[in-house]
Design a protein around this ligand. Structure first.
Ligand SMILES: C[S@@+](CC[C@H](N)C(=O)[O-])C[C@H]1O[C@@H](n2cnc3c(N)ncnc32)[C@H](O)[C@@H]1O
Length: 247
């Protein structure tokens, strides 16, 4: 039987089918910037960890060609049905489904893509995988192409116990101060819907990794999540976004 998209909760969170957290039903400002840029990008766009397609569908509506990627093919089938239902014929030729686990399962030609989004998926990767992933995206982008990345920071609600450790690691110059080996022991309730390891990110580590891969950083900052449920909000620094351009 075909899987159905779960209902969103009152905060617009839609559970993934594979315990990889939630898709939000709305776009943050960095993902919204991706959907606008995708329509004028110097090549097709890639949405990494697209889930049910909140960003993919907006980019398609804006006129972009979008390659929707997810490690769970069921998410992409639901994405396709929603895209066809909301936009019809217009999008069919511009939506490409690409199941597989980023970065290892995905390959594109050098300079083939115009824009890439990775929204709330890099926090499943350890440091070396983040570096490898950013380097691959840099290679795949055409000159002038942009990479938009969004993640949760250590100041997302529910992990206050971790903040002193993160801040101490940052002060000591740790390359990946937000890496959490055992998320379930830190947050047993939310940990049930998430993988064992989590990587909370900030603009400093992302900027360093983007620049090391060759990107010029256009913007990198924390931002608030007023729509998140109260237990995930803290002080307006819950998420982080970065935009890099290939020169
Ligand atoms: C937390 S959801 C985020 C969904 C959406 N991008 C958003 O911002 O709301 C993470 C999604 O990434 C997918 N995912 C996890 N690891 C992945 C990987 N290595 N490669 C591709 N997709 C992955 C999951 O299946 C899930 O659909």
């Amino acid at each position: 039987m075909k899987e159905q998209r779960p209902e969103a909760d009152q905060y617009g969170f839609v559970k993934t089918l594979n315990n990889q957290g939630f898709m939000t039903e709305y776009l943050d400002s960095f993902s919204a910037a991706f959907t606008q840029f995708a329509a004028i990008a110097p090549g097709p766009s890639l949405d990494i960890g697209a889930a049910y397609g909140v960003a993919t569908i907006e980019a398609l509506k804006a006129g972009a060609t979008v390659i929707a990627n997810d490690s769970d093919e069921r998410h992409l089938e639901i994405l396709k049905s929603s895209a066809y239902a909301t936009s019809g014929e217009l999008v069919r030729s511009r939506l490409i489904l690409k199941p597989g686990s980023f970065p290892d399962d995905l390959e594109f030609k050098e300079g083939e893509l115009g824009a890439v989004l990775a929204c709330r998926v890099f926090h499943f990767f350890d440091g070396p995988t983040i570096e490898k992933g950013i380097a691959k995206v840099h290679k795949w982008l055409a000159k002038g192409g942009r990479f938009f990345l969004v993640g949760e920071t250590p100041y997302v609600g529910g992990v206050q116990k971790f903040v002193p450790r993160y801040e101490e690691r940052s002060r000591n110059g740790d390359s990946w101060p937000g890496f959490i080996e055992d998320f379930q022991s830190l947050d047993p309730i939310r940990g049930k819907d998430l993988p064992k390891q989590m990587h909370l990110l900030d603009e400093h580590v992302l900027r360093r990794a983007f620049e090391a891969a060759g990107f010029k950083v256009l913007e990198a900052s924390k931002f608030p999540r007023p729509q998140f449920p109260p237990n995930l909000r803290l002080d307006g620094r819950e998420s982080v976004g970065i935009i890099g351009v290939k020169q």
